[in-house]
Design a protein around this ligand. Structure first.
Ligand code: NAD
Length: 524
């Protein structure tokens, strides 16, 4: 193993040689297929992981179910106190875990650390919630009666996560699920297993110190077969899936067919709209970060840019200048702003998309030419140049506008009226994030109101990517002709916790009579 990789793995207690167990339910195991973790910056194989076999998965499901019975008996504030300790444990490894995210996923170090910070932040929020996950008392129409709505723990929450946020997305789910009294079973992306193993080790130590069964935070590293088995498992009450629209559709159908619950957080195809009165000193860098950050591999990455005709030359000149100042490099270096794509497959997607843009007559404003070879060991990494393109036509229902490609290609179109830009923003099947740049309060009113952006995230003078944990995160859509390709999930802040409980409606009779509701008379 390179010294670069071993320096990152050692402080996180990840073995530097041999095969690493990828399943945990109180003890570590894994006798399934071997999976390799490959560093996207260099192509180095950094670990071999033993995945869970089908029988181990079923054993883990049973233990996770038992752990739920233990957790539900703990008062919620006690669960909050354990979460506080988990928060401390994760925070104490903030830099080390952030570096591991960089090494294994490929995002730049500051984004890797930021992702760990999200885990810490959502733990803080869930610690507070553990004393505030309140039900309510409802007025009864019957004398001497009270109605309570009681939030009770659901059971087992299965979290299936994507490669691009290998720490934070689990954090969003785990913290709320645990505070609500559920046991959580995590199946991370098969290409970021080490991040999951490192996080689970930190959580497991805290659980053990508090006499909570380790299966309260179970882990099963594996591929789509393990994912499918979790989706089918009747032991899993809620499946929280983060990933592509294609897989999300299958997951949604399968869980619905057994009347399980889902949270679906799927792809985005996010637009930024720049009005003539926008402050370009804020807008241009934010659009640059939205489109280039994480090499275009955030669900909230800016993929479409709609610029008002009167300022289009100025905006595109400034943005092209920003692009030409950024070149890809080692994501572990503090000065690097653009890391590699996560996989060779993504590089192929990028090349195919660029070829097709060229073939259809798009103007390539930035990027698109060959990349100078990077020095070893980066020469074998998945680096590409980010692209700004002006496709020849704009039709939000057709390629390249209607697809999320998950590579750093920003497509640009020019508009004359805000209403057109809002219609274009809304016309695609995805509805995750959106951003308007303006100083005019009337534009803000149109954008955030009922006829404005129909995405789940509707920002003003803030880019499409980089959400805080406070507001619930997820997709919306009102366009009636299209499917909603982002899902309707809500995770993290806001009222998202309410999905991790089952609501018990309890009518209690304190009186000496037993009247029926609605005055129904059934006297015998
Ligand atoms: P993916 O859909 O390929 O994989 C996601 C997870 O699903 C992985 O753990 C994978 O092993 C598992 N999986 C694959 N097939 C399965 C099946 N049949 N049944 C159950 N599980 C299965 O996604 P990806 O390439 O890892 O991630 C990129 C996608 O994730 C993008 O579309 C991105 O927009 C989306 N994403 C969305 C959000 C959000 O909050 N909306 C956040 C991050 C990523």
């Amino acid at each position: 193993l390179s010294s670069r990789a071993s320096a990152i793995l050692r402080p996180l207690d990840i073995p530097l040689s041999g095969e690493i167990a990828g399943a945990y339910d109180g003890s570590w195991k894994g006798s399934g297929d071997i999976l390799e973790s490959v560093c996207p910056s260099t192509g180095e194989i950094i670990a071999r992981i033993r995945t869970a076999s089908p029988s181990e998965l079923h054993e883990t499901l049973d233990k996770t179910r038992d752990a739920y019975k233990h957790l539900r008996a703990l008062p919620a504030p006690r669960r909050g106190e354990i979460l506080r300790q988990i928060r401390e444990s994760i925070a104490s490894k903030r830099e080390a875990l952030g570096a591991l995210v960089s090494l294994e996923m490929g995002k730049i170090r500051t984004e890797g650390v930021g992702e760990v910070q999200e885990f810490v932040d959502i733990c803080d929020s869930a610690v507070g919630l553990s004393r505030m996950m309140n039900g309510r008392v409802v007025n009864s129409e019957r004398p001497g009666h009270s109605i309570l709505e009681v939030p009770n723990p659901l059971g087992v929450v299965g979290v299936i996560s994507a490669f691009n946020f290998p720490v934070a997305v689990y954090g969003w789910n785990f913290a709320l699920s645990f505070a609500a009294g559920n046991a959580t079973l995590w199946k991370p992306s098969p290409t970021t297993p080490l991040c999951a193993i490192a996080v689970t080790k930190l959580i497991a130590r805290v659980l053990e110190a508090n006499d909570v069964p380790g299966a309260a935070a179970s882990l099963v590293v594996g591929g789509s077969d393990i994912g499918e088995a979790i989706v089918q498992a009747s032991e899993v009450d809620l499946v929280s899936f983060t990933g592509s629209e294609k897989v999300g559709r299958e997951v949604g159908r399968a869980v619905q067919s057994r009347f399980g619950k889902t949270i679906l957080e799927l792809g985005g195809n996010n637009a930024a709209v720049v009005m003539p009165d926008a402050d370009l000193s804020l807008a241009v860098p934010a659009i640059g970060f939205g489109a280039i950050g994480t090499a275009g591999q955030r669900c909230t990455s800016t993929r479409r840019l709609y610029v008002h005709r009167s300022i289009s030359d100025k905006v595109l000149r400034a943005l092209s200048g920003l692009y030409s100042a950024i070149s890809p490099g080692d994501p572990l270096e503090s000065t690097t702003l653009l890391g590699p794509l996560h996989s060779k497959t993504a590089v192929n997607t990028y090349v195919t998309a660029l070829t097709s843009l060229r073939a259809s007559g798009a103007e390539i404003l930035s990027g698109g030419d060959d990349l100078e070879p990077l020095p070893a060991p980066l020469a074998t990494g998945n680096y590409v140049k980010p692209v700004i393109a002006i496709p020849r036509t704009h039709d939000p229902l057709k390629e390249p506008w209607n697809k999320e490609l998950f590579v750093p290609i920003l497509n640009v179109a020019i508009f004359d009226h805000l209403e057109d830009a809002i219609n274009w923003n809304n016309a695609v099947p995805q509805g995750l994030s959106s951003s308007l740049w303006t100083r005019d309060i009337r534009n803000v009113g149109k954008w955030i109101g009922p006829s404005g952006s129909d995405a789940g995230i509707v920002n003003v003078n803030v880019g499409t990517s980089g959400a805080e944990i406070g507001a619930a995160f997820g997709g919306n859509k009102v366009h009636k002709c299209l499917s909603q390709s982002t899902g309707w999930g809500r995770e993290s802040g806001g009222d998202a916790w309410k999905q991790y409980v089952r609501w018990s409606a309890c009518t209690i009779n304190f009186s000496d009579n037993a009247p029926l509701a609605q005055g129904v008379n059934f006297s015998i």
